[in-house]
Write a protein that binds this ligand. Structure first.
Ligand code: FAD
Length: 392
């Protein structure tokens, strides 16, 4: 009988320092103890487990890669590994965290003035305040770079925002939502910190999602929403600055795909060893082993690629196309892994209580958000051919 092998086949975790390894295991323990028992219930109800936020805050993992804000590790590598550990149990919780710690805090970290950083980042780092990130609109998804319909107009010391945003995670309850809008006068994109309770800001929960049901995504209406100049992100001058935030967070989305695959693979492996048919565990059948090996091969390739990507990010040499290639590859491979996991579980593969059905659904969201598979492919295609295929 061979010893069980979990989802890190080439022992990449051995490359971590003792402190980093300890952090990884602490996050894993938190997810297994606090989130795993409730994940399916909240997913099914499409509600968010607010009670986990203070416990998650104790891990001190927000804004991991931002220098000098008090996180316990300051590397993109650990940011990625944390994203993987969260997604390994629940991709919704990983997404909630990614929107808050990556997109919202990252916007303030990269585009905020010193006083904006001082006001928001320490409290967001402790999860006393939660953030959201509003870029996508009902009519503009992939083409946000040149096509934002939400506008901003300066009136004295204030800005007036009008428009709609769609899919905005955490926005039904966030204390601050970063809103990206096109300046009516200059046509350039600006970023704004919209505080909870602003009378011009309305966030309606999007119902009947079939993936990431625990994440509270909102349709936002901005109606003559007035924002003081002091809440405009002072270091954002154009969409290029928004893109810097997306580039920084995209690697963590690739790691989320690894986590989703790993969760599905580990559940499937356990199941196949326990489930008996024809007098033997189904894990003993060649065709089942083939599925398991394909899963572990994909998973190992994804992890190795993400590990190197994060090392490059930490060295300051990661480009857009490096991050996009990882997002493309990992979101494609994840679809393959979760569908094999579902397959080896037979009928139970579509029951929520066995977890894999949730991973199958959630893999579809990873496939589309933070740049669809096609858009990220075009970023890589442009880099390797020299031709931009975004427009004909
Ligand atoms: P579209 O842009 O309409 O694309 C439709 C299809 O056309 C896709 O297959 C796309 O790849 C393809 N396509 C488009 N252009 C091209 C082209 N030039 N060449 C080839 N194919 C093309 N946004 C936020 O701002 N904040 C959030 O918190 C947030 N959270 C999200 C959570 C979830 C669960 C989801 C599903 C989305 C979220 N999004 C969020 C939005 C997400 O980023 C968009 O869904 C994504 O950018 C794609 O936009 P779209 O859905 O409008 O698709």
């Amino acid at each position: 009988k061979l010893p069980p092998i979990d989802g890190d086949f080439y022992d990449l975790s051995l490359k971590l320092s003792d402190e980093q390894r300890e952090l990884q295991l602490e996050v894993r323990q938190f997810m297994e103890k606090e989130v795993k028992p409730i994940a399916n219930k909240y997913w099914n109800k499409a509600e968010f487990p607010f009670e986990i936020i203070p416990k998650m805050a104790e891990l001190n993992i927000c804004g991991m890669a931002y220098k000098g804000i008090g996180s316990r590790d300051e590397s993109f590598l650990m940011e990625g590994i944390v994203a993987m550990e969260l997604a390994r149990i629940d991709v919704s919780i990983s997404t909630f965290f990614g929107v808050h710690s990556g997109l919202a805090m990252g916007s303030i970290y990269l585009c905020g003035s010193d006083s904006q950083k001082e006001e928001w980042l320490p409290k967001m780092q402790k999860m006393e305040l939660i953030g959201a990130f509003g870029l996508t609109e009902p009519d503009v998804g992939s083409a946000v770079a040149g096509g934002l319909g939400t506008t901003c107009r300066q009136e004295g010391d204030e800005w007036v925002l009008n428009g709609q945003k769609k899919w905005i995670g955490n926005a039904t309850f966030a204390d601050v939502t970063v809103i990206w809008a096109r300046d009516e006068e200059t046509n350039r994109v600006k970023g704004f910190l919209v505080r909870k309770g602003n009378p011009g800001f309305k966030a309606e929960k999007m119902e009947d999602k079939m993936a990431l049901r625990t994440v509270q995504n909102a349709l936002i209406m901005l109606t003559d929403c007035r924002i003081p100049e002091s809440d405009r992100l002072q270091k954002c001058d154009s969409f290029k600055d928004t893109a810097k935030v997306l580039k920084m967070t995209r690697a963590a989305v690739a790691w989320q795909a690894v986590g989703c695959s790993r969760g599905a693979y580990e559940s499937a492996l356990k199941y196949t060893k326990k489930r008996e048919q024809f007098g033997r565990p189904i894990a003993a059948f060649q065709l089942i082993q083939n599925h398991l090996v394909e899963m572990v091969a994909n998973l190992t390739a994804m992890q190795t690629l993400c590990f190197r990507l994060s090392e490059m990010q930490d060295q300051g040499i990661m480009t857009d196309e490096h991050a996009s290639l990882a997002k493309v590859f990992c979101s494609m491979r994840t679809r393959d892994v979760v569908s094999r996991a579902r397959e080896v579980m037979g009928g139970n593969g579509i029951l929520l209580e066995y977890d894999v059905a949730r991973f199958v659904a959630d893999a579809e969201a990873i496939y589309s958000y933070e740049g669809t598979k096609e858009i990220n492919s075009l970023i890589v295609g442009r880099a390797i051919t020299g031709y931009s295929a975004f427009v004909s």
